[in-house]
Design a protein around this ligand. Structure first.
Ligand SMILES: CC(C)(COP(=O)(O)OP(=O)(O)OC[C@H]1O[C@@H](n2cnc3c(N)ncnc32)[C@H](O)[C@@H]1OP(=O)(O)O)[C@@H](O)C(=O)NCCC(=O)NCCS
Length: 370
């Protein structure tokens, strides 16, 4: 018996994150504890090194991330050459692949070199995403600020002005919540690539390619597009009911693993509510809350991480088609940690397929076909 979509299949072991009885943990610490208390940099340390950092370790990691944030001049030239109307997640995928050119040991998969590449990628992806957005708007990229945390640095590089405390807190929580998620599709793709002993940049490129799809990382952009199409709170229920009647999917709902609700969603709902109150545009949150209620009644489905993330991103001034790249600015920590874990105890990932095509077919010469 094959498991369609590998549902329920345990495809390997990990010590990075777990989803047990609907509770998500990173190295045994619940996502609720981490979202309430941790900086993203503490989570990066937890994922890459296995422990929460001491003060000295955290300071050292912050400094290293800050040092690594600037992009090679060659990469900036590549970004400047990208067509203005390119889809941002495609540009990010190309940029990460191209970043590998600037590594001194591009094909080296040793722990020491790969860990250094991992930290550099975690530092550089936010810089790339901010630069992609500015360049396509005809603006110059903003140089990375020194000695600031990722949340602050990213928002500053994106907008060109210093973010306020509420925005930084929301961005930090977004980064913590999206950092890792067991064997999700993009992480699994990264591990499959890493298991061939392809290098860090190759494996992360496979992950970004996989994140693009609307059934995975692309759902947040689809949610915002849907809310914009609906337009106001009163139109939510008829829209959802008509969509369900046509047997179409409502983006941002349902999950392969969480069948009783995604533990990350409540944090994002609260952030969306808070940001909506100061935005002058409360309707996006109000429409989302109404949609959650209608989907629960009509289909028994709960919002996943992407549903309220869409409005949080919107309130932070992040355009819809940049939402999936912003997801990647955080998930890069999980991808790289999984790639390191794969290298540390590697075996090629090569499952079998059940053949369902025709059998015992004779060879027919080309003149006799038709
Ligand atoms: C995430 C997702 C791909 C998981 O899919 P899956 O585990 O393969 O679930 P299934 O496709 O087997 O769906 C099970 C049932 O729920 C329904 N369902 C699942 N998600 C749904 C959604 N978003 N809208 C409407 N119905 C949905 C399916 O139609 C199916 O109903 P049925 O049994 O009446 O046919 C799926 O829920 C989905 O497409 N969600 C929307 C995209 C999204 O938000 N992705 C981000 C994930 S974090």
């Amino acid at each position: 018996m094959t498991a369609r979509g590998l549902e329920g299949v345990i495809a390997g072991t990990t010590q990075l994150s777990s989803i047990t009885d609907g509770v998500l943990t990173y190295r045994g610490i619940t996502i609720d504890e981490l979202t309430a208390h941790a900086s993203y940099e503490e989570v990066v340390h937890l994922l890459l090194f296995g422990t929460l950092p001491t003060r000295a370790e955290l300071d050292a990691l912050r400094q290293r991330l800050s040092d690594y944030r600037p992009l090679p001049a060659g990469l900036l030239s590549i970004l400047r050459g990208v067509p203005r109307d390119a889809v941002p997640i495609d540009t990010l995928r190309t940029a990460i692949s191209a970043l590998g050119f600037y590594e001194q040991r591009p094909s080296d998969t040793s722990r020491e070199v790969s860990l250094d590449k991992a930290i550099r990628l975690i530092a550089q992806v936010p810089t790339i995403v901010a630069a992609i957005e500015r360049l396509r708007r005809g603006l110059e990229p903003v140089s990375p600020p020194e000695a600031t945390d990722t949340a602050h640095a990213f928002l500053l590089m994106l907008k060109g002005t210093a973010p306020d405390e509420v925005e930084v807190e929301a961005m930090n929580k977004i980064l913590v919540l999206h950092a890792d998620h067991e064997f999700n599709a993009s992480t699994f793709a990264a591990r499959v690539a890493a298991a061939t002993l392809a290098d860090m940049h190759a494996a992360v490129t496979a992950a970004v390619a996989t994140l693009k799809g609307p059934l995975h990382g692309g759902a947040n952009a689809a949610v915002m597009a849907m809310l914009q199409e609906i337009g106001d709170v009163e139109a939510v229920e008829p829209y959802v009911r008509a969509k369900l009647a046509r047997k179409e999917r409502v983006m941002g709902f349902g999950h392969r693993v969480y069948k009783h609700g995604d533990p990350r969603a409540k944090w994002l709902r609260e952030m969306s509510r808070r940001l909506s109150e100061r935005s002058g545009e409360p309707k996006w949150y109000q429409m989302s809350a109404r949609m959650e209620e209608v989907m629960r009644r009509a289909k028994g489905l709960f919002p996943n991480v992407d549903f309220y993330a869409a409005t949080v991103y919107h309130y932070l001034g992040i355009p819809s088609d940049l939402m999936t790249p912003v997801f990647a600015t955080s998930r890069i920590s999980g991808w790289t940690a999984h790639i390191l874990e794969q290298y540390a105890d590697n075996r090629l990932i090569r499952p079998r397929a059940e053949y369902t095509g025709p059998t015992s077919q004779p060879w027919v010469p080309i003149e006799e076909r038709g």
